[in-house]
Design a protein around this ligand. Structure first.
Ligand SMILES: NC(=O)c1ccc[n+]([C@@H]2O[C@H](COP(=O)([O-])OP(=O)(O)OC[C@H]3O[C@@H](n4cnc5c(N)ncnc54)[C@H](O)[C@@H]3O)[C@@H](O)[C@H]2O)c1
Length: 439
């Protein structure tokens, strides 16, 4: 594949503001981790932008820079954090409650975390049940609330001398709902904001505020946000990148590692049963059937789209796939996920695989948040707008152009991501054909 002209990418000068709706377990683990890395207490384990490399040219060329040396990413000491939550706890207090970090890590980053006080949230108990808090905006219509968020952002930028921002939703999972008439065009959506349309969720109000201000928006939860014609239109009009949705961390990460392997070897599968116990606030919100349904949809879609039962009916047409999440407080953030996989091989002989993943949800999610904000800022400076499918690597339910099925295979996603970086810098895309080595 021949190389092209590099894309013009504006330099990553000045401070990058990271705006986070939801100062909970994931966001405090992310911020606390970045602060710990800045202080030399830890390494950025799990982060592709910090540790990953990209091969350029032929395998014989011996050119494999680090990704962060290849594309102009913001540096960790340029990041400034701010956010909103329905609780008044500082990020330090929220991190203590989340019980992700050991006390010695908490103490080491107490000062920067204590300085982050959440701004008043846009919240609607119809969309997130089981929790409620005092730190919310109560005045005016949904449009007034969007304007109030924009004012928050202006003040944040001025207070910290920030030149650019990225917003990433780390708030609770909102209840399942489908796009309604109000989501079909930007004009209908704006009319709906003025009229307090009940179909407009809080996450959509944050996204609207961000996009209006030319700020990229990433969705870490599975709820419906920018995946609507109205907000897609706004993102394109304002030349802003968007991506989502639902961080691909524990069990689904395992699924997207294993399922492509079984399919590659044409092994059949007739059952995959996944169950989880977790005891953090996320688990509590997911006890609500509406929020669980949102999560279930993104978790279930993965296998169907990887295994393509329509193309391989003799292998996958009878697949029974179930996902359960149970709230179990003693575990806190230390989730346990069990998978039982029923596969079959030559002559139809059955086999079973069991996985017991004792994982840490927020520890797995934090580096994804870091990579996403840095790549979204890069995409914006490179003039990329609308859905960033090359960031599918990070999501359980990658957003795609309408009518296009998502790519879930993590290794194809990684190849796509790295090829996008090569494309940005005018380097040859790597096809893995490799015939030239044998001429
Ligand atoms: N591995 C993971 O941890 C993982 C993976 C995929 C997706 N997610 C999603 O990421 C999100 C965050 O997860 P978490 O473990 O940090 O949850 P959490 O409950 O610890 O934090 C979420 C925070 O969002 C706040 N919130 C709710 N609605 C809000 C609103 N409208 N505005 C501002 N704040 C609001 C809550 O008060 C809470 O503090 C969840 O939606 C979760 O499903 C997490």
């Amino acid at each position: 594949m021949s190389s092209t002209e590099p894309i013009r990418i504006a330099p990553a000068d000045g401070k990058l503001g990271i705006l986070i709706p939801g100062i909970g377990a994931v966001s405090t683990t992310f911020i606390g981790g970045v602060e710990a890395i800045k202080r030399g207490i830890s390494a950025p384990i799990g982060s592709l932008t910090q540790l990953g490399t990209v091969r350029l040219g032929k395998r014989t060329d011996d050119r494999t820079p680090k990704i962060q040396d290849f594309v102009p990413l913001a540096k960790l000491d340029q990041l400034v954090f701010g956010g909103w939550d329905i609780f008044e706890d500082t990020a330090y207090e929220a991190a203590v409650n989340a019980r992700v970090f050991e006390p010695h890590h908490l103490e080491a980053v107490k000062e920067p975390l204590s300085a982050i006080r959440p701004m008043k949230a846009v919240f609607d108990p119809e969309y997130v049940k089981r929790i409620n808090g005092p730190n919310v905006k109560t005045e005016g219509s949904k449009m007034d609330k969007a304007n109030a968020l924009m004012e928050d952002i202006r003040q944040f930028k001025a207070a910290h001398g920030v030149s650019r921002c990225v917003m990433i939703w780390c708030g609770s999972t909102e209840v399942f709902h489908k796009p309604a008439a109000v989501h079909q065009t930007l004009a209908a959506f704006e009319a709906g904001l003025h009229a307090n349309d009940p179909d407009i969720a809080p996450s959509q109000i944050y996204a609207y505020a961000a996009l209006q201000m030319g700020i990229p928006y990433a969705n870490g939860a599975p709820n419906l946000t920018t995946d609507t014609p109205a907000l897609l239109e706004l993102a394109r009009d304002k030349n802003v990148p968007i991506c989502g949705k639902d961080f691909k961390t524990g069990q689904t990460f395992m699924k997207t590692l294993l399922a492509p392997g079984f399919k590659a070897r044409m092994l059949g599968m007739n059952g995959w049963f996944s169950t989880n116990i977790l005891g953090n606030r996320d688990g509590e919100v997911l006890e609500d059937p509406g929020s669980f349904k949102t999560k279930e949809e993104t978790k279930l879609s993965v296998l169907d789209q990887i295994l393509q039962p329509k193309l391989y009916p003799e292998l996958y047409k009878d697949l029974y796939h179930a996902v359960r999440i149970n709230y179990y407080p003693p575990r806190g953030d230390a989730k346990e996920g069990w998978d039982n996989i029923d596969i079959f091989g030559w002559m139809g002989y059955p086999m079973q695989i069991k996985i017991d993943f004792l994982c840490r949800d927020s520890i797995l999610a934090a580096p994804l948040v870091l990579d996403l904000v840095l790549f979204m800022d890069l995409a914006h400076r490179a003039g990329m707008r609308g859905i960033q499918e090359w960031l599918s690597f990070y999501f359980k339910a990658p957003m795609t152009a309408p009518g296009l099925y998502p790519e879930h295979d993590i290794f194809i996603q990684l190849m796509k991501l790295k090829n996008t970086l090569r494309y940005m810098q005018g380097e040859q895309l790597i096809t893995h054909l490799g015939l030239e080595y044998y001429d």
